[in-house]
Each structure stands twice: as structure tokens, then as C-alpha cells.
Design a protein around this ligand. Structure first.
Ligand code: ARG
Ligand code: ZN
Length: 853
């Protein structure tokens, strides 16, 4: 374990080496005297030997700290300074550790620990940032109640828990719930508060506050509303009540991730809080709602019950993502939510799981834990919860969760603890299911059909390709939700769960009047790639009639994808049969507009590249761009009257409202506009742009115009209108680099990265410009290699400033082995150039090493 022998710079930590800390903490008292260059932090920590632990190694983590002095029971201590912290001889009885350190938050550009954003102090301690604040056993299995005193001139001084004494230049906070240090938070600044309250079902009145900069006060209403809905939902659905007198959220502009669930004091990227109709799109509103809920839900799944060690990260993240997805499904449309979740899973997690960065949902080793806040841990982790729920049923799931909260409240737990509550509550052996946590890679599910005149037999096969470090894969338990349709489209056999446990397994449906059409993997019941030779007639039947909305959408997606693959592989024409079927579906007025909007969307460029690669063809990103564009144009022409009507009649009337119904109608009109603009010269988009009174329609129109390269005037107007709104300006940057075609993308990215408003040290802006460009395959994969070079140059520049964000964005290169020899060589050269950079961070070094691996 790194704790025991912190020697070399890039040491690997292994799950198998876990050992508990030797001491328990009864109380932590912290005092902060704030100063940008020299903040003093004093700690008083009551330790006592843990009778259950074997080790008596008193090692405290500490990084970038200036130790002013330390005492044990009032006597000056002489700790030995070692790499990553200090060691000290301590009594074999309870003792009081006191230390004073000095830190410089203004110098902290990594945004990890205590740092400054727009003159405001704030913290990010997950995963291992607390050790940059003071010496401490900075590991999630050490839990303690914290009392905090902040001394500073800022009008607002916040920390975790309930407020205590407060006066001129100071404030005190007390958090009665024991917690690991990664949940510590402190905020000090000139902030204003959007306040409200929530009364829990047992009658506790909770004061709610969203703290923002003065100009942002009008943009907090939606986040507050989402918070109250999330609080009520968690009571209703999981029986979980809030447990403090206050719940505060703070918005900061400089933040590495979306948000953080610090106990009673969530800290958010301002992009995940602030919204107004003029400045935020429907997608922004949706994201805010889901992140607010996510962080709130962590109060029970993460905070009250936390992780024993960071290998168990999915214990809180997978479960909490699953819960926020359930919440959004309940608050909005369940089928639309499911489709969007699967799109995100395929786009990010499948890409990861099928490349050099593949790792199990519960990894077994890491160099830098921040590199494992991944789509696999989060999104695949959530899929595992969904599969468990499908396997044990809704009631079993509810019983297991009740037991989890009863049994483990106040503890730091493992995946073994989690699975045990399901085994106990549902009387079921989950030994094989546990493999899902240990085995990386996306299983391929094969389907064979047989019909003997009355019995229909589905033979399913499973195979998981090798991943780094895991050559051999064992069969998994896969719940395959399946239903059968009659050839007239009526449902013959309703959904049942085929529980697959072997590499090859047959399932029989007897006594059928006709040969059915199988609807397999309904609701996307398992995170697998379905390999099924799809007959277009069957797919069209499913698209028209499947009772499972996910598979209805999926059938259309497969038709589109297959047609695109045929265009690319064999120069085929776009599939007119698909357009006809889609035309019918798009006109079904009783179908949810949001669902129809999803059906009108095309597979993304990277999805197509992934599918080509999976089928043994080397993808050419420029060819994919062109094929996708001509497919979209053909679709627009084939559906033109329908699209024109949808555009005319779908848009909701009256003032903007972000609710799911209105957003769905705007999404449908927007999808129609995007397609129509490809063939109508841009007239509609130009008119919509000029008339728009909300960001969804303004940005939708602008995107449509940028896509046809006719947005010069509108782009200038947009900039003039929004240059002082940082979140809107991110959109202006992102849209241009993200939508530029192969001829202009690199030049656009270059120009915009020289723009005076490209404040690259702000992660949101860096992600918008460099991340936005890297996510534009037609630009990033420019045959000249200039796209790779541009991204690599910027990553090299950002790395010493902000290693976390650099490492995360280096995944732009994770697909490098997919491509042709030239591109492969260029991408490899870019990776090697980054790796050769002197002083490259541990974060980025680990990522690139794994990618090249
Ligand atoms: N726990 C946070 C969330 O998912 C993520 C924070 C991770 N931060 C980091 N620097 N790794 O809600
Ligand atoms: Zn989370």
C-alpha cells in the first residue's frame, strides 16, 4: 500500500494490499486563517489506537504543506518527514495531535485542495485533496466528526454541517456526522444567496441556500427547484431523509469536474447550477437537474455510507448515477432518459472499454486515483445496479437497499458488503454476478434463431474480448429482456428476462401460432454489444411496432447505422426504406415529441468509426463525416414535407419553460430544423436565430447555420451579445470547433485558441475549445496530423497547471489503434511527445503510458 511505503514517485497502489489505518479519530477541530499566499491551518485531532487494527504505523498524508509545528498531548513532536507525508512516534493510548501548517491557495492552479476562483476560496478534496490542506490520514475509511472555524474578511464563510457561532471576521461550523476527509469543504467569498427551505417528512426544517456571485442570483431558481424535487424523491422512493439543518450549494467557475457532494456543502461547477431561459439550453437544464440530484443523493449513497478505499469508488458512484437516472426518468420521460443514458454509455464507456484504457468497474490497481473517475466506474457501474435490479426484481431491490442502509449506515464499505445485502435480502448467490465488477471489456452477445413450426428457439452466445491485463474472460450473468412480436406487429410474448449464465445457451418459446420477430435486449437490459445479423424488414417492423420504446428507437438506429456502413464500405445509396419508415414514425402524433426527436438523430461520427472498427474495417474520419452528411441530406430531402410540418407545429407556444414536455417539443422542432437547413439554404435557421428569445432556439439555429458554413454574421452577433457571459461564451467557442467540417476545423481551432477570450486555465473554457475540437473527429483526425499536434501542444501546456484536466482530456487519443497506419503513427508520435515532456504529471504520465501500453 502506498501508505506503508511511500517511496517512488509513480507507485502503483493495489487493492490486494489494503490494510486498515491503526487509529480511530474521535474528533477533528480545524482553524483556518485565510490568506491567499499564506493561509494558516491548525488542526487538533483526537486519535486513539484502533483495537481492531494490527498496524501501529502513524503515517499522516501531507503534500505541499509547510509545517509550522506539531504537538502530541501538548508536547512538541518531532515527526519524520517522508515522501507524501509524515510519520511520528505516538503513545499507545488516546492522544491529541496538534499541527499548524501554511498553504498558498492563490498558487494552487490544480484546483485540488484549497484554491481560489475569482477571488473566492474554495476546496475540492475528493479524492486526495485534503492532504494539501493539512496532515491527516487522508483515506476514506477514516471517518470523524469535524468542527471548523474560519477566520477571514470575506462576508460569507461556509463549511460542512450546521452553522455555529459567527461574528466579525469569523464563522464556526460543526458537522455531527462522521465523515472521511474527502467530504470536507470550505468556501469563503463575497457571495449572495438564493434561499429556500424544505421540510423533511419527519418535520425537520432545512434551510437551503445556493451561493453565487452577485450577477448570478437570478439564475438559481431552477437548481433550487430541482434540489427540492430531489429531496422529496429520495424520501418517497428510497425512504432517505436529509440529516442536517442546512444544505448549501456553491457555484464556482473554476472546477475540474461537474460537482462535489461535500457533506452539507456541495460545490458545483457554475455550469451545473446557473440557468436562465436566455442563457441556458434545454440540455443545460436537464444536466443541472441531474447533477443537483446526483450530488444530493450522495448524502446517503456516498456520505452516510462511504467507500472503504478508492477501489470501491463504484460503490458510491455507480449507485448514485443509477439513482439520478431513476430520478430523471421519473421526473421526465423514462424511455427518453433510457435512450440518452445508453447513448452516453456507448459513446464514452464502450469507447473506453474497447480500447487501451479498459479497466474493471472495480479496478485492482492505480497510480493516480483521479484517473479512475471514468465512464466505466460511473456509467457501467450504474448499469450493474440496473442489472441487479432486473435480476432480483423491484421488491428484492427495495429490500436489499433497506438492508444496505440499515446495516451499513456510518460505515466505509466494499463491493462485497454491497453484494452481500442482495444475497441476504433476496436469498440468491451472486458469485457469478460479481464478475461484472472484476472483468473489463464489453461482452458481445450473439443471437441465433430457429423455428420449427411451433417452437421458436433463441440461442444466445456471449464473448468478451481481451482487455489490457485480462486475456481470458469468463461468462457473465446477463439478463436479456426479450419479447416476441407477431409479423403483424402485435405483441405475441411480453417481455421476459432470459437469464444467461453460460457462454452459449438456448431459450425456447413453445406453442406459437406464427414465426415471431424477436425483440432482444429490451430496455438495453445489459451493457453488451448485440451482434445480430439484422434483417431490414424485421427492423422496420420493430421500428413501427415494438412495444418496448427503447428497442423501437434501437431498430431505427440500427437501420441508419447499417445504411451508413454500407455507404462507407460498398458505396451504397442511403436506405430509402428506412427513410419511409422514419417518415411514418415522425408523424405519429401520439408519440412523445422528445422520443421522435431522438429517432430523427443520426449515429455520431465516433459511433460509426467504432462500428466500422468492430466489423474489421479501418475507419476514415473524413469519409465518415462526408457519408454522414450526405445521408443527412438524403434524409432531409426524403422527409422534407414531414420535417417542415414538424418544424412549423412542434414548437411550444407561450413563454419559455424548461419542463420536459416543452423541451421535447423544442427538441423535435430543432431536429427538423437541423435537417431542413441542410437543404433549404438556411432561411428558416436565419429567421429563427433572429427571433429567438431563449438559448435553446438561438443556439439551435446558430448550430444549424454553422453546420452549413453560413453563420459568419450570426457568430459575430452572438459574440457581441454574449461576450460577458462566460457560460454562454463557452458555447460560442465549443460550437465552432465542434461543428466545423474537415476543410476548416483545424484552422478554426487554431484561430479560436488564439482568441483573447480563450482563458485556457479555466477548465470550462479549455474543455470548450480544446475538448470541443478533439471531439470533432473530422478536425481532430485531419490527415495532416495538425489536429493531433494542436491538442498535444495544448495538453503539454496545461499539464503543469492542471494535471487532472490534462489527464482526462488526453483520452482524446485513446482510439489511436483504430486508424490507418499514417494516423496511427501521427497519434502515437503525439502521445510519445507528451510522454517525453520533462516533469509531466503523474496523472498524465499514467494515462499516456496506459494508452501506449
Ligand atoms: N464525487 C464527485 C461526483 O461524482 C466527483 C468528484 C471527483 N473529483 C475528482 N477530482 N476526481 O459527484
Ligand atoms: Zn458522484
Amino acid at each position: 500500500m502506498r501508505d506503508a511505503s511511500p517511496q517512488s514517485a509513480a507507485e502503483t497502489v493495489h487493492l490486494k494490499d489494503y490494510a486498515p489505518f491503526g487509529y480511530l479519530i474521535d474528533k477533528v477541530e480545524l482553524v483556518f486563517r485565510l490568506d491567499p499566499e499564506a493561509t494558516r491551518v491548525t488542526s487538533r485531532i483526537a486519535f486513539r489506537p484502533d483495537p481492531a487494527a494490527k498496524s501501529r504505523d502513524f503515517f499522516l498524508h501531507g503534500e505541499k504543506l509547510k509545517l509550522i509545528g506539531a504537538r502530541i498531548d501538548g508536547q512538541k513532536a518531532a515527526p519524520e518527514m517522508v515522501k507524501g507525508g509524515l510519520r511520528c512516534t505516538v503513545p499507545d493510548a488516546p492522544f491529541l495531535w496538534e499541527a499548524e501548517v501554511e498553504i498558498a491557495p492563490a498558487q494552487n492552479t490544480a484546483l485540488d485542495g484549497l484554491y481560489m476562483s475569482n477571488g473566492m476560496y474554495c476546496t475540492q478534496c475528493e479524492a486526495e485533496g485534503f492532504r494539501k490542506i493539512t496532515y491527516y490520514p487522508d483515506r476514506p475509511d477514516v471517518m470523524a466528526p469535524f468542527s471548523v472555524r474560519i477566520e477571514g474578511t470575506q462576508p460569507v464563510l461556509l463549511s460542512n454541517g450546521n452553522p455555529g457561532r459567527k461574528g466579525e471576521g469569523f464563522a464556526e461550523w460543526h458537522d455531527p456526522w462522521k465523515k472521511p476527509a474527502y467530504l470536507f469543504a470550505l468556501v469563503a467569498g463575497d457571495l449572495v444567496c438564493h434561499s429556500d427551505s424544505f421540510t423533511t417528512r419527519s418535520g425537520r426544517r432545512v434551510a437551503l441556500g445556493i451561493w453565487v456571485r452577485a450577477g448570478d442570483l437570478e439564475k438559481c431558481g431552477f437548481a433550487m427547484d430541482a434540489l427540492k424535487r430531489a429531496m422529496a424523491w429520495d424520501e418517497r422512493v428510497y425512504g432517505r431523509e436529509y440529516d442536517l439543518d442546512v444544505f448549501n450549494i456553491v457555484a464556482v467557475d473554476d472546477f475540474n469536474m461537474g460537482a462535489m457532494e461535500n457533506k452539507g456543502l456541495n460545490i458545483f461547477n457554475s455550469s451545473a447550477v446557473l440557468a436562465s431561459p436566455e442563457t441556458a439550453t434545454d440540455a443545460n437544464y436537464e444536466r443541472i437537474e441531474s447533477i443537483i440530484a446526483h450530488e444530493y443523493f450522495h448524502n446517503w449513497t456516498g456520505n452516510r455510507i462511504t467507500c472503504r478505499d478508492w477501489f470501491q469508488l463504484c460503490l458510491k458512484e455507480g449507485l448514485t448515477v443509477f439513482r439520478d437516472q431513476q430520478f430523471s426518468a421519473d421526473e421526465r420521460s423514462a424511455p427518453v432518459q433510457r435512450i440518452n443514458d445508453v447513448l452516453a454509455l456507448r459513446g464514452r464507456q464502450f469507447r473506453e472499454d474497447n480500447g487501451p484504457l479498459a479497466h474493471p468497474v472495480r479496478p485492482e490497481s492505480f497510480v493516480e486515483i483521479n484517473n479512475f473517475y471514468t465512464a466505466t466506474v460511473y456509467e457501467k457501474g450504474a448499469e450493474l445496479i440496473g442489472m441487479l435490479r432486473r435480476l432480483v426484481g423491484e421488491d428484492g431491490y427495495a429490500r436489499a437497499l433497506d438492508l444496505y442502509f440499515r446495516r451499513h449506515d456510518g460505515q466505509a464499505c466494499t463491493i462485497e458488503d454491497w453484494l452481500k445485502v442482495f444475497e441476504d435480502a433476496c436469498d440468491r448467490d451472486l458469485g457469478q454476478f460479481k464478475l461484472w465488477y472484476a472483468q473489463a471489456g464489453t461482452p458481445r452477445l450473439g443471437v441465433e434463431e430457429a423455428w420449427d413450426g411451433s417452437t421458436f428457439t433463441l440461442t444466445l452466445t456471449q464473448k468478451t474480448p481481451p482487455t489490457p491485463g485480462q486475456a481470458q474472460k469468463a461468462p457473465l450473468v446477463i439478463p436479456v429482456a426479450t419479447g416476441l412480436l407477431a409479423p403483424d406487429g402485435s405483441e405475441l410474448v411480453p417481455t421476459r428476462i432470459l437469464e444467461m449464465t453460460e457462454a452459449r445457451q438456448s431459450f425456447r418459446f413453445a406453442d406459437l401460432p406464427v414465426r415471431p420477430v424477436a425483440s432482444v435486449l429490451r430496455g438495453f437490459s445489459a451493457p453488451v454489444i448485440l451482434e445480430r445479423r439484422a434483417d431490414p424488414r424485421q427492423l422496420r417492423l420493430l421500428l413501427a411496432h415494438d412495444t418496448d420504446p427503447f428497442n423501437r428507437w434501437e431498430a431505427g438506429r440500427l437501420l441508419a447505422r447499417n445504411s451508413l456502413l454500407a455507404m462507407l464500405r460498398d458505396g451504397a445509396d442511403p436506405d430509402a426504406g428506412y427513410f419511409a419508415a422514419l417518415n411514418d414514425l415522425a408523424g405519429e402524433l401520439e408519440l412523445d415529441p422528445a422520443f421522435r426527436a431522438l429517432c430523427l438523430a443520426l449515429p455520431g461520427q465516433d459511433d460509426i468509426a467504432q462500428a466500422l472498427h468492430d466489423g474489421g474495417t479501418v475507419p476514415d474520419p473524413v469519409a465518415i463525416y462526408r457519408a454522414r452528411r450526405s445521408f443527412a441530406e438524403a434524409m432531409a430531402r426524403a422527409l422534407q414535407p414531414r420535417l417542415a410540418a414538424l418544424y412549423e407545429y412542434s414548437r411550444p407556444e407561450g413563454p419559455y419553460s424548461p419542463d420536459a414536455g416543452a423541451a421535447g417539443r423544442r427538441a423535435l422542432a430543432g431536429a427538423a430544423l437541423g435537417l431542413l437547413t441542410l437543404v433549404d439554404g438556411g432561411g428558416r435557421a436565419r429567421r429563427q436565430y433572429a427571433a429567438a428569445d431563449n438559448m435553446t432556439e438561438q443556439l439551435g439555429a446558430l448550430s444549424a447555420l454553422v453546420s452549413i458554413g453560413e453563420a459568419e454574421e450570426e457568430l459575430a452577433q452572438f459574440y457581441a451579445q454574449w461576450k460577458d457571459d462566460r457560460l454562454v461564451l463557452d458555447k460560442w467557442f465549443g460550437l465552432q470547433v465542434g461543428l466545423a467540417g474537415p476543410e476548416t476545423a483545424v484552422a478554426t481551432a487554431r484561430t479560436l485558441s488564439e482568441h483573447p477570450d480563450f482563458s485556457w486555465k479555466t477548465p470550462n473554457r479549455f474543455r470548450a475549445v480544446i475538448g470541443g475540437f478533439a471531439a470533432n473527429p473530422a478536425g481532430f483526425h485531419d490527415p495532416s496530423g495538425a489536429g493531433y499536434g494542436l491538442v498535444a501542444d495544448w495538453l503539454i501546456r496545461l499539464d503543469p497547471v492542471n494535471p487532472q484536466t490534462t489527464a482526462r482530456m488526453s483520452t482524446a487519443f485513446e482510439t489511436w489503434r483504430r486508424y490507418d497506419a499514417d494516423r496511427r503513427a501521427q497519434m502515437r508520435e503525439a502521445l510519445e511527445r507528451m510522454l517525453a515532456t520533462k516533469g509531466l504529471s503523474r496523472d498524465t504520465t499514467e494515462m499516456i503510458t496506459r494508452m501506449l501500453g
